[in-house]
Each structure stands twice: as structure tokens, then as C-alpha cells.
Design a binder for this molecule. Structure first.
Ligand SMILES: Cc1cc2nc3c(=O)[nH]c(=O)nc-3n(C[C@H](O)[C@H](O)[C@H](O)COP(=O)(O)OP(=O)(O)OC[C@H]3O[C@@H](n4cnc5c(N)ncnc54)[C@H](O)[C@@H]3O)c2cc1C
Length: 380
């Protein structure tokens, strides 16, 4: 079953009380760690960001070209509000840094039933914000997205505030901006130090050095359960997920690039796609959870059966892509919690060790809002 709608985030943890001037090490320069590091630095901490392979690298979960940003989270106000705030922040940072990161093409939800709680319940929240989703009948959908076949659908919803984000490029930029704001970035493989008397004193770096800080945030994505097996080994399951890039026929290429990102709300597979992807092609992915996967040793080979499912889906929904050549594929890892909630909590034996992760296939978009929230919580 999909965990597309997460539960309620766990609260009530006793976080360390950081102050301006404290040295904080953030391990992991993906969407979670990078934005957290930047916000901590902006709020007056002295931040060192560390990544073993570099911000937005190919095996990190934030390392693909693009990610969808949407606000529909059923009736879950926490993630709706986080996504809504993230949309504002992505726009602000894009302007501030003068770099295109956010493609505001909107997000289309293809619906098969008259009622789809995932979107209908969010519509109440979106309306309260004055930004309701737009209802599209199948004939209106056909007019707006002529490349789509609307058979089998009852209607579609258009989330005009959503769209897609540049993923790996924004991670690289966030790390660059951290350094520009006075933070430090180190490429190194970090290993947690011993935990004694309720805290961690230092971190081991791969060159044999030790790094001392007041607090350590581990935002290690799919590596987190391996780093802290006793705390997270049974709570985060890493699965193999795949996306494919296809080349639309030349006569249709421009028409495909302009359409919104889309999600097929069939309640089981949740195929989704992003049209342009910096001209890499029409990207299609499958949200259904794949087999357990090792982010470090697993070969990133696409599965023929997943691709064959994607071909069948495209033949139905985007018929002119049925025979389009696949130009690229990516294997990526979801770090799933059982209820889809993110993990944000202190280590049970060390208050100055903060565990941040469990993106569960929907974390990227939240990066700036999450970094803001995490840094505010730690600096309360
Ligand atoms: C196929 C796919 C599609 C997705 N689609 C969407 C989407 O459309 N929208 C959305 O919002 N989200 C989406 N997600 C989810 C989103 O990408 C993730 O939730 C998010 O990127 C997680 O970021 P992270 O920082 O936790 O992990 P990562 O990006 O993996 O970052 C963790 C970093 O920690 C580093 N690290 C690990 N261990 C160590 C160590 N010991 N020392 C130093 N560094 C270390 C790694 O090198 C890595 O760079 C998708 C995920 C996948 C796989």
C-alpha cells in the first residue's frame, strides 16, 4: 500500500537548546541536511556541513534532475502547511539567488472516481488559503493537455501552485550558499563517535580526524538506518524506486514540455511524471514501493518489469509516447517510515545527536520549510 498520505508527525521530544555561536555539524548535504545547515547558519550557529559523496550526488535521494512539488496531502494539515510554506520559500530563494529552481507549471491529478480524499480533503485546506485547486472535467482536461488520453478518468484537479523543482542543482546551490554565508562544507565520510554521559563528544572523519561540535545533525537519507541500526534499523525501510526518461516524438516535444507535472491517482501505483526536466525528456516514475535496497552497494539497474508497466501506462494515458525511446533511467532509494512521517528526533541516548530523515518518497519539496522548522526547534 502506498504511504502517499503520511500520518501525524510525532512531537514531544526533548531537543537540545542551541544558541547563537554554537558549533553544529550537519552530516548529509541532501535536501534535508543542506537546508537545515543553511538555516542554522543564518540563525547564528557556526555550521559544518559534511557529505561523503557531495551535495546532490547520484546515489543520494536528492540527486535526480527534478522533483514534484505539490500541496495535496489529504486532510493532513501539517504536511499541507509545510508544502505551502515551502512553495513560498522556493520562490523567495530563487529570486534571492537569481537562479531558476522552481518550474511553476502546476500539478495535475488524474482522478478515476468522483471522490478522491487525497485531493478532496486538501481542497478544503487550499480553499482556506485562498488557493483552491481547479476542477477540470475530462473535456476541459483534453483541451488543456491535448497529448493526454482521458479515457477511464472522471475528472482532474489542477494544483496551480505546484510544479517541479531542480533537485541536484538546488542541493549544490544550497551548499554553495552555506559557504557564502560563512559556513563550512567538507567532503568526508563521517562516523558517529562514542556516546557517553548522554552526549556525543566528537565525530570521526574519513581522514582519521575528529570533529568536535555542540550538536550533530545526522541527515543521512537512506544511510541513516545503517548508521544508527539500534534506533532506526527497524523504523526506516529503504526501497528501490525507478524513474525513466523518454523522448517525445519531435513534432510533439514542445507540447509535452509545457504541460504540468502530473500524478495518476489510481490508489495503487501512483504513476507520476514531469514533462521537461531540463530537456532530459519526459520523466515517468512509479510511487509503489519497490524491493528492499542497499543505497551503497546496490547496482542502479532498471527493472524490465517496471519499465514494461510504464510502457503500458503510457500507451493508455499518453499514447504518442507508447513507442518513445527511453533515453535515461535512474534508480533511487525511498527511506520509508511505516506511516510516511519524517524522522526528526534526538538520539535516545544522546540529546545533542539529532536524527533527521525518513523522507518516505515525498521529502524533497519540503527542504526549505523543513530546514526553517528544524532550525527554529533546535534554537528555541
Ligand atoms: C524516485 C524518487 C522520486 C521522488 N519524488 C519526489 C517528489 O516528486 N517530490 C518530493 O518532494 N520528494 C520526492 N522524493 C523524495 C525525496 O527525494 C527525498 O525525501 C529527499 O530527497 C530526501 O533527502 P535527504 O536529504 O533525506 O536524503 P539524501 O538526499 O539521500 O541526502 C543524504 C546525504 O547524506 C550523505 N551521507 C550519508 N551517510 C553519510 C556519512 N556517513 N557521512 C557523510 N555523508 C553521508 C549522503 O551522501 C547523501 O548525500 C522522491 C524520491 C525518489 C527516490
Amino acid at each position: 500500500m502506498s504511504t502517499f498520505i503520511p500520518g501525524t508527525p510525532v512531537t514531544g521530544h526533548e531537543f537540545p537548546s542551541l544558541a547563537k555561536g554554537n558549533h553544529v555539524v550537519v552530516v548529509g548535504a541532501g535536501a534535508f541536511g543542506g537546508w537545515t545547515a543553511l538555516y542554522l547558519q543564518q540563525r547564528g550557529c557556526k555550521v559544518t556541513l559534511i557529505d561523503a559523496w557531495g551535495p546532490g550526488h547520484a546515489r543520494g535521494t536528492s540527486g535526480d534532475e527534478t522533483r514534484v512539488i505539490r500541496t495535496a496531502y489529504g486532510s493532513n494539515e501539517f504536511y499541507f502547511n509545510l508544502a505551502f510554506r515551502a512553495i513560498e520559500l522556493w520562490k523567495e530563494y530563487e529570486k534571492l539567488w537569481n537562479r531558476k529552481l522552481f518550474y511553476t507549471n502546476g500539478v495535475l491529478w488524474f482522478c478515476y472516481e468522483n471522490q478522491v480524499p487525497l485531493i478532496d480533503d486538501s481542497q478544503r485546506l487550499a480553499t482556506a488559503k485562498g488557493r483552491p485547486y481547479e476542477y477540470l472535467s475530462t473535456s476541459e482536461l483534453k483541451k488543456r493537455v491535448p497529448v493526454a488520453d482521458v479515457s477511464g478518468l472522471t475528472h482532474a484537479w489542477l494544483d496551480r501552485d505546484g510544479g517541479y523543482l531542480k533537485a541536484r542543482e538546488s542541493c549544490q546551490l544550497v551548499a554553495e550558499m552555506l559557504v557564502r554565508e560563512g559556513g563550512q562544507y567538507i567532503q568526508s565520510h563521517a562516523r558517529p563517535g562514542d556516546i557517553r554521559s548522554g552526549g556525543m563528544k566528537s565525530l570521526h572523519l574519513s581522514d582519521g580526524g575528529l570533529l568536535y561540535a555542540d550538536a550533530y545533525v545526522f541527515a543521512c537519507g537512506a544511510w541513516l538506518p545503517k548508521l544508527f541500526p539500534e534506533v532506526l534499523g527497524h523504523r526506516i525501510t529503504v526501497t528501490k524506486q525507478e524513474v525513466f526518461y523518454l523522448s517525445p516524438p519531435a513534432r510533439d516535444a514542445a507540447r509535452y514540455e509545457g504541460i504540468p507535472a502530473w500524478i495518476d491517482a489510481d490508489g495503487t501505483d501512483y504513476y507520476y511524471g514531469i514533462p521537461g526536466n531540463m530537456h532530459r525528456g519526459f520523466k515517468v516514475g512509479l510511487d509503489r514501493r519497490g524491493p528492499v535496497f542497499d543505497p551503497e552497494t546496490g547496482d542502479r539497474l532498471p527493472s524490465p518489469e517496471i519499465f514494461s508497466g510504464i510502457r503500458k501506462f503510457l500507451a493508455r494515458r499518453f499514447p504518442s509516447l507508447e513507442h518513445a525511446p527511453m533515453t535515461e533511467s535512474r534508480v533511487c532509494a525511498y527511506e520509508n517510515t511505516s506511516d510516511g512521517n519524517f524522522v526528526f528526533e534526538p538520539h535516545p541516548e544522546a540529546k545533542n545527536v539529532i536524527l533527521l530523515g525518513g523522507g518516505s518518497g515525498h521529502g524533497f519539496k519540503h527542504g526549505p520549510a523543513l530546514g526553517d522548522w528544524v532550525s527554529q526547534t533546535l534554537l528555541h
